[in-house]
Structure formats: structure tokens, C-alpha cells
Ligand binder design. Structure first.
Ligand code: TRH
Length: 370
């Protein structure tokens, strides 16, 4: 990174619900520290949820509790607001016109993102807030992608048994391994029944936070972390909430990944395996437009068969129109879909990542101000 750029950044994160807000903020803060030598102070409103993601922390990322009476001793030269959470009034008052203020917003594959990415928004108090839109094209802010990801993928491919053991799971090479991270409104029972009735044996790996929805779908008492239940041809195994890096490893090990929201969506792309993404549900079915926009991008270079099977299953999962036939067709094309997923990840990885784009953006702003 150029020595020109300020190395001290403040980031602000509000945990609206779930793990996506802190998941993205934490990954971004750690990557800025590891790969761009930035010292980050991350101000977080809800430390309880955040702890599940942050765990032991990072030596170059300082975590601070952002609350109504928080004291901000120093204003950093670069301030990142995540997902339009706003900046505290007191903090804004102490900012100077030289402070660079960027809002890193939600991710979408929709076309409008290109037109809005990088735009300044002058504020009533004289400060300027720049909008950064992550995205899938070079005209957007790009996607989070750390340098360690290829090594993780290699670990999953070349040290498979020990990688499974690292996650506390036995290697199961002769079954289809699936991970399931979804929202409770997904057609979970229908998926479980499709797996149960399938001629192929499978293992469905369910993180703790989704286990209640799975137990309810099966009308069972809560399946606890570390427990497994057999549903005909499918073994359902509940695991503890993993660290982000172990979750990435799980995605790289599984044959099919069900993911959701914002961050696991992108991690499943880098895992380069067949994936089924469930967008965060929004009013007026806006999330289905997001799904269509992603499918358009994801499948632009896919052949007719891959296009048909992936579209059919992702739409069915998001709308509830699940059927055994759709799932069977998807599974029978899994090898083909895997090759597509590998080609897509490889092509997308040619573009600069979000953290690098942020650094470049700030560098340009700073140069223009000198
Ligand atoms: O938790 P989410 O549903 O978060 C969502 C989305 O971000 C959505 O856009 C936002 O509006 C809403 O929250 C408020 O799904 P997401 O985005 O995949 O975030 C999950 C994070 O949790 C991600 O960083 C991966 C991480 N994770 C682990 O670290 N360990 C685990 O075991 C699992 C299952 C996830």
C-alpha cells in the first residue's frame, strides 16, 4: 500500500439482526489490517452478537463499544460507516472537512449499483459522505476476498481428512456432504424429505443457529450441537457455530452449500462448489429481484443445463416451490455445476477485492485534496 494513505481508520457497525453486519465488518477490518497495514478501531453497538464472530480478536483491530455515551477521544483520518448505520452526532461534530467518510453499503448484483458506487453525498453539516457499493463488476466496490482463501481451499482438497477433523467432524467421503445455513422460512422440511428419499446417502451439516428450524421441521426436540439424527438416507448433524475461517473451510469441504444473506453468500462463491443462496427476505419481494440479478450474473457463462438446474433450485428454495424433481435434477448435474462454480470463482477473483478498492478509492481522494 502507498505510504500516502492514512493508516488509522475508524469503522462503525450496528448489528441490525443476525450475523451479516458484524460478519462483513469484521472480515473487512481484519483484511485491512492484514493486507493493507491499516490500524482499525471498530466501534460496535451490540458486543454480545459480535463476540460470536470476533472471538479472540485481532492484534491490529481494536474493538470498542459504541453506545449512547461513548467517548471518542480521537477522530481517525478515514471513517468507514457500514450498511448506512450512520455516525454518532458527537463524532460528526469533531470531524474536519479533511476527514474521509465512506459508507460501505449492502451488496447486490443489480445493475443500479454501478451508477451509485463511489458517489459523494454532501451533508447539511458540510461533511461529505461517499457511498461505496460492493458488487460483482469492476464498476462497483468489488467483493471481500482475502489472500488466505486459496490456501484454505488447498487445505480442503489436499488434507481432507484432517480438515474435517479440525471442524470436529469425521470425514465422510462416500456420502454427499451438504452445509445448511438458511432462514427459518425456507422449505426446510421439503429439503429434508428430498434428501431422505434420495438414492444417494447424504450428510447435512447444520450450524447450531439453524438447528431449531431443522428440529421443528422434523417435529423433534431440539437437536443439540454434536448430535446427529438419521432421516432415512440423510444424516443430519448439528455443529457449533464455527469461527469465520472454519466456516470457510466447511464450505470448501462440502459438496453443496446452502447459504444466505450477505457474507456466507460470497464465501460460498469462493468455495467454488454448487451453492443455493437464500437472500435476506424483504418487503414486496425485493429479495427475489436480488436473486434474479445474481442468477443473471452467476450464470452468464453457464451452459443451458447448468442454467436450468441452478435457476430452478435457487428459485424454489427462495419461493417455497421446492420439489423432489428439481432437487434430483440438480444433484444429477452436480459435477457439471461444480465445474461452473470453479470457473465463475476463478473469473471473479481476477477483479480487485473490496478492501483493495477501498484503499485505492481513499488514496485517490487524498491525492486530489493535496
Ligand atoms: O446472518 P445473516 O443472515 O446476515 C444477514 C445479512 O447480512 C443480511 O444482508 C442483513 O441484512 C441481515 O443479516 C441483517 O447471513 P450472512 O450475511 O451470511 O452472515 C453470517 C455470518 O456468520 C458470516 O460472516 C459467516 C458467519 N458464520 C460463522 O462465522 N460461523 C458459522 O458457523 C456460520 C454458520 C456463519
Amino acid at each position: 500500500m502507498s505510504s500516502f494513505i492514512s493508516k488509522r481508520w475508524d469503522m462503525f457497525c450496528q448489528v441490525v439482526d443476525n450475523f451479516g453486519d458484524i460478519g462483513v465488518s469484521w472480515r473487512l477490518a481484519c483484511q485491512l489490517a492484514d493486507e493493507h497495514n491499516v490500524t482499525v478501531t471498530l466501534w460496535i453497538e451490540d458486543l454480545t452478537v459480535a463476540k460470536k464472530i470476533i472471538r479472540a480478536g485481532h492484534s491490529k483491530v481494536k474493538v470498542q463499544h459504541w453506545h449512547a455515551h461513548a467517548d471518542f477521544p480521537e477522530i481517525a483520518p478515514v471513517v468507514i460507516e457500514t450498511f448506512s448505520c450512520g455516525l454518532p452526532e458527537g463524532y460528526q461534530q469533531a470531524m474536519s472537512p479533511q476527514t474521509l467518510w465512506l459508507n460501505v453499503d449492502y451488496l447486490s448484483a443489480e445493475d443500479w449499483v454501478e451508477g451509485f458506487h463511489g458517489r459523494p453525498s454532501p451533508q447539511a453539516n458540510g461533511l461529505v459522505r461517499y457511498f461505496i457499493y460492493p458488487g460483482f463488476s469492476t464498476q462497483t466496490g468489488g467483493l471481500l476476498r482475502e489472500r488466505f482463501l486459496p490456501a484454505l481451499k488447498k487445505q480442503a482438497e489436499q488434507s481432507t481428512p484432517s480438515a474435517w477433523q479440525q471442524l470436529g467432524l469425521a470425514p465422510a467421503p462416500s456420502v454427499i456432504n451438504l452445509s445448511l445455513f438458511c432462514y427459518a422460512h425456507a422449505p426446510i422440511r421439503e429439503l429434508l424429505d428430498s434428501l431422505a428419499a434420495s438414492p444417494y446417502r447424504s450428510r447435512l451439516i447444520v450450524p447450531e443457529s439453524v438447528a431449531t428450524a431443522v428440529s421443528q421441521a422434523l417435529k423433534l426436540d431440539a437437536i443439540k450441537s454434536g448430535q446427529s439424527v438419521q432421516h432415512q438416507n440423510c444424516e443430519i448433524t448439528v455443529i457449533p457455530f464455527l469461527s469465520q475461517i472454519d466456516y470457510d473451510l466447511l464450505l470448501a469441504l462440502c459438496d453443496v452449500n446452502f447459504v444466505r444473506g450477505e457474507d456466507s453468500w460470497i464465501r460460498a462463491i469462493w468455495a467454488a462448489k454448487p451453492m443455493v443462496w437464500l437472500p435476506y427476505q424483504q418487503s414486496e419481494n425485493t429479495h427475489l429481484q436480488k436473486l434474479d440479478a445474481f442468477l443473471k450474473h452467476y450464470l452468464v457463462l453457464a451452459d443451458g443445463e447448468v442454467k436450468a438446474q441452478v435457476t430452478s433450485v435457487m428459485q424454489a428454495w427462495a419461493t417455497g416451490a421446492w420439489s423432489d424433481e428439481r432437487w434430483r435434477a440438480f444433484v444429477s448435474h452436480c459435477e457439471h455445476i461444480t465445474r461452473h462454480a470453479q470457473a465463475y470463482a476463478c473469473q471473479l477473483a481476477q477483479q480487485p477485492d473490496l478492501a483493495t478498492n477501498l484503499v485505492i478509492f481513499i488514496e485517490k481522494l487524498q491525492k486530489n485534496r493535496v
